[in-house]
Structure formats: C-alpha cells, structure tokens
Design a protein around this ligand. Structure first.
Ligand SMILES: *Cc1c(COP(=O)(O)O)cnc(C)c1O
Length: 430
C-alpha cells in the first residue's frame, strides 16, 4: 500500500467514508492517525496524543503491544481463519476455557461472534429459544432499563435507551420492549427498594411474555455514563428468579477490570444466566465478542424444536482474534490489575473532583478507570475536539459528557495530562 498525502487522504475520507454517528459528507474535525504505541496516538500531522479513550474501552494494555503482536504473528503462521462449522481449533477452545474460568461459576458455555452488538443479538436469541425449548413460546419480549446501550443492530437497538437511541426514527422496524426507570441510587448510595419498583412492576405485569431482562450492571456506558448501586443488580437477580425471567448482563464495556472488579456483577455478588463480553477482550487488537450461558440453558437445546441454536456467523471464533484475546487475558493475569485500577481511580478522583466547582459542571463521577465530567450544556465538538488535541490528548466527548477510560498501563504523568486538559476545556466554558 502506497501512502496518500495527508490532504488527499482527508479529502477522500470526507467524500467517501462513513464514520460512526457522522454526517456525509463529514463536516466535523478529523484527525488522521499514522501509528499508535503504548498510550500514544501519532497523527500524520506530527502530533503525539495521550489516549484517554483506549479506543472505546478496548485497548487496556496500550497499542502495538509486543506480546499481542507476537501472538497474532504466531497464529498467522498457522492459519488466520478457518470456518467454525464442523472444525475447531486451539485458540477458540483455550479461550473458551479461560472465559469459563474467569466469569462467574454458573457460566459454562461460550458462543463466539465478531462484535458486541452481535453478542447481544445472540444473547436475546438464546433467551427466546430457551423458552421455546421449554414450551413457553410466548416469552419473547425483553425488559431493560432506561439509559442503557447495547449496540446498533436492530434487536440490540430495541433495548437501548428509546430517547438517546431515537427509537421514533425506526418505529416500524423495531420491536417495542419494556423500559424500567433508570436506577437513581448512586454506586455508593444507601439502598432503598423504591429504586427498583418500576422494574418490579413490569415483571409483575408482563412476566408471562418476558424472555429476559437485559442491562449493563453497575455502569451504564454509551447511554449516559451513569454509575448505580450494585444492590439494584442484586435485587434484579432475585426478582428475575421470582418471576421466571432470565437475566442477561451486558458486560461488554465493564468486563475485564474496567470498573475495579473483573466483572461489574461481582460488586453485586451475583451471576447472570447469560453474559455478553467484547470490547477489551482482545485488548483492542481486533474485533471479537462472546456470549456465555449456563448449562441449564444450553441443555434445553437438544430437546427443542430446532435441536440446535439458530445462529452461526461466518467469521465465528476467528483464530487470530481468539489467539490475541487469549494472550491479552494472560497479560491481564500477569500483574495486579486491581491495584492499578485503584491507583487510576484515586488519581482521577483527586484531579477531577475540583471541576465540581466550575459553573459549567453538573457532576463529576469516578469509578475504577472511568471518569465522567457531566456538563449543564452539550459541548460544541467543533470547538472542544481541536482544543483537546492542541493540549496533546485524545478524548471524544459526547453530548454533555466529557469522559475518560484510559488504558490500564497509563502512567501518572500521562493521566495528569488528560485530567489537566479536561479541566482546562471545562474551565473555558461559561
Ligand atoms: C459497545 C457496546 C456494545 C456494542 O458493541 P459493538 O462491538 O460496538 O457492536 C454493546 N453493549 C455495550 C454495553 C457496549 O458498551
């Protein structure tokens, strides 16, 4: 591949390439990346930026990690891909074994797929087919909580926040699901059962039609970056059991240590019936996700009408992705990641809490390696994004939220650069 001059690259990009949630032609500021190493992004224009986004929660051990690169090279020499129907291989089996070890004990079976959204589709299909297997084919609906985010495909979108997700746009294509009020009691707040009354009422009224409840435990990510009480998760587990509804936990953003526990459901001390993981699974190296289930669920499939689970992606369990994921999880096991997340949390709290007194700021919250500065007004991206880049950091605010979830390997002075830039940008606002 010959490299294009930067201005030509940007011109072609603007005219032909869709970016996430972007207009066409793209009018927003765009920054071409030449390379990435450790916590740094190197732009074609020469600047080096400290990455505060970890490429959307994924790149927990930094870019261009020699061990992940080597795992990919080694696997590439053997095979980069084979179909997964009727064939199996070392990377998939060993990764499945590792995931079963790491996740809560009842989760024993692993379905691999390419992206988080698809792992959510798989989770929802598993739940529906499970009830069908048991002769309860009316149980096909889902209960979720407001301000959630589960992906951009249709079934996943139907359980995203109806307002943020602009459900009215897709009204006639989307199945209408049930939305409980978002939890209000914060992570460290005193629990009150009133917080889950709306969830309980929906279960009470509609459990006959509900296949599962699905939500993000403790941290709601792209739907608003909200942190809530683990007691909510614990009570939801009890209520789902009481009403005979499965519990799907979407740990795609929270999984693999980001919140301070390996999985956020560990704060609640409960296990779901179905769990989705993705994002940090390969350490940001490539796309891979998985859906885990209990034996109780998987065992019903042999007797079901189909006799099989009706799903099978072409690139299922891609060996390259599985090999890199396995190495990434080995890496995560090789140091005290929990202590590292605690240090990051302490520094984020110390350096961002003073923002609370700024007039533009509504709230500052920190949990694990996640920090959010919530503003009263939406940030003007056309202004804020270049401002952040000028200060040598990469952050991608959305709406009223300026937030960071840096790679776990970030050093204190690099993190200080991020919190400093956040403070500066927020400080310039009225
Ligand atoms: C990112 C995300 C998804 C969707 O994953 P993709 O890989 O973007 O399809 C689903 N659920 C949660 C909680 C996420 O953060």
């Amino acid at each position: 591949m010959d490299l294009l001059p930067t201005d030509q690259l940007l011109d072609l990009d603007r005219r032909h390439v869709w970016h996430p949630y972007a207009p066409m032609p793209n009018t927003g500021p765009m920054f071409p990346v030449r390379a990435a190493r450790g916590v740094y992004l190197e732009l074609e224009t020469g600047e080096t930026l400290v990455d505060g986004m970890a490429s959307w929660w994924t790149c927990i051990h930094g870019y261009n990690h020699p061990r992940l690169n080597q795992a990919a090279r080694d696997q590439m020499e053997r095979m980069s891909h084979v179909m997964f129907g009727g064939l199996t291989h070392q990377p998939a089996v060993q990764l499945a074994q590792r995931l079963v070890q790491l996740t809560p004990e009842p989760l024993q079976q692993v379905f691999f797929c390419d992206s988080g959204s698809v792992s959510v589709e798989v989770a929802m299909k598993l739940a529906v087919q499970y009830w069908h297997n048991r002769g309860r084919s009316q149980k096909q609906h889902f209960l979720t909580i407001r301000h959630g985010y589960h992906g951009d495909t249709f079934a996943a979108m139907a359980v995203c926040d109806p307002v943020n997700g602009m459900h009215h746009l897709f009204r006639n294509s989307l199945v209408e699901q049930y939305f409980a009020d978002a939890p209000q009691i914060p992570f460290e707040g005193v629990w009150d059962d009133a917080d889950i009354v709306s969830f309980e009422h929906i279960l009470e009224r509609h459990h006959q039609d509900l296949a599962a409840a699905i939500f993000e435990p403790v941290v709601q990510g792209a739907g608003g970056m909200r942190f809530y009480s683990p007691q909510y998760v614990r009570r939801a587990r009890e209520l789902c059991d009481q009403y005979g509804v499965l519990l799907i936990l979407d740990e795609i953003a929270t999984g693999f240590g980001r919140t301070g526990q390996r999985f956020a459901c560990e704060y609640a001390g409960i296990a779901p019936d179905i769990m989705c993981v993705g994002k940090a699974l390969t350490g940001g190296f490539m796309s891979l996700a998985a859906t885990l289930t209990t034996s109780h669920i998987s065992e019903t499939f042999a007797q079901g009408e189909a006799g099989v689970f009706m799903h099978g992606p072409t690139f299922m369990a891609n060996p390259l992705a599985c090999a890199v994921a396995l190495e990434n999880l080995t890496l995560l096991d090789s140091y005290d990641w929990a202590a590292r997340i605690q240090d990051i949390e302490a520094q984020l709290k110390q350096e961002l809490t003073p923002c609370r007194t700024l007039p533009a700021v509504k709230d500052v919250r920190v949990l694990g390696a996640i920090a959010v500065v919530e503003l009263h007004q939406p940030l003007d991206m056309a202004v804020a994004q270049p401002q952040l880049v000028q200060q040598g950091v990469w952050l991608r605010p959305f709406g009223r939220l300026l937030y960071t979830m840096p790679p776990y390997i970030i050093e204190p002075d690099q993190l200080r650069q991020i919190t400093g830039a956040m403070t500066n940008v927020v400080g310039t606002l009225a």
